[in-house]
Design a protein around this ligand. Sequence first.
Ligand code: ZN
Length: 336
Amino acid sequence: MNRLLVVLLMISLLSINASAYGPRGHQLVGAIADQRLKQNHAIAVKVRALLDGLTLQRAATLPDEIKSWKCGTNPSGPNRIDRELQAFINANCGNKSSHTVFHYTDVPVAGNENYADGEIGRAEFDIVQMIPFCVRVLKGEVPETNNHAITKSIAVILLTHYLGDIHQPLHVGAEFFDGNAKPFHPTPANKGFEDQGGNKLTLFTFVNGKRVSAGKFHGYWDSQTVENAFGSTPNSKVAQRLAAKEPDEWKLTGGVETWAEQLANDLLPMAREAHERLQYKDIRIVPGEREITSGRADEKKQSGGTFYAIWASGIVKEEIHKGGWRLAALLEEALQ
Ligand SMILES: [Zn+2]
């Protein structure tokens, strides 16, 4: 391979989106829900009208795609959805309330906490808050002229994406390190240093008995696990199969506004195990910072246990399956 090709290949590998399930995971959640809603014509028609004919599979990746759009551009052009997306960006591009932070929450994985048990890592505009906000817009309880510029169409687009995100364990749980760079349970008095949902760590997993870099810990869960789970089977086939088979234990209880918190709590044990299977090395911290600078997360040697890659891809398979069914059910509840 010539040098230029190597450089180009490296750039393309590095630029894989490290925020939320990669495109494929999101597309699958949307595609399963598209299939499920074929059973409910009235809701499918409403969704199609709100999305100007886009499928949920297509809408699913828009909230990541717009991260590269400029804040403050005048919403114009012939496409209504594009204009509404631009208005949404313009209303949510401040430091604290940027739309880029709506995709996750960072509950500490140490200490067995549920979402409601503390404040560290949670935020006013995190995913557990934004999902019910979008639901209330769809129900007409929050006007479309709200401060976030979340119209009903934008609400469907965001929910389709966030339902994918919240089924990725590293979108609900994060590791925190103390001043000695050891993992610990943070307290309001000692918040420690966060790993940014695994974005600051490089994962090493076993391949043929040797630990090999699997790239960024967060990005691994976004993309590599999805490829490991579904391989070369086309999305349409995967979606058809998973939409036809009811997942175990996917149903949520109570009002649809409470589902996001239930989902976060449902995923937290997986987030904990995703970290407990690792040991940390070379954690770099800079006093005064909120996050670690970098570090290495090594798969622990297990005697007789499942390899990390196999365990993780099994989790992803189940969670994407449930995510698709739950997205369809959520839209049915919110749009009835
Ligand atoms: Zn996301």
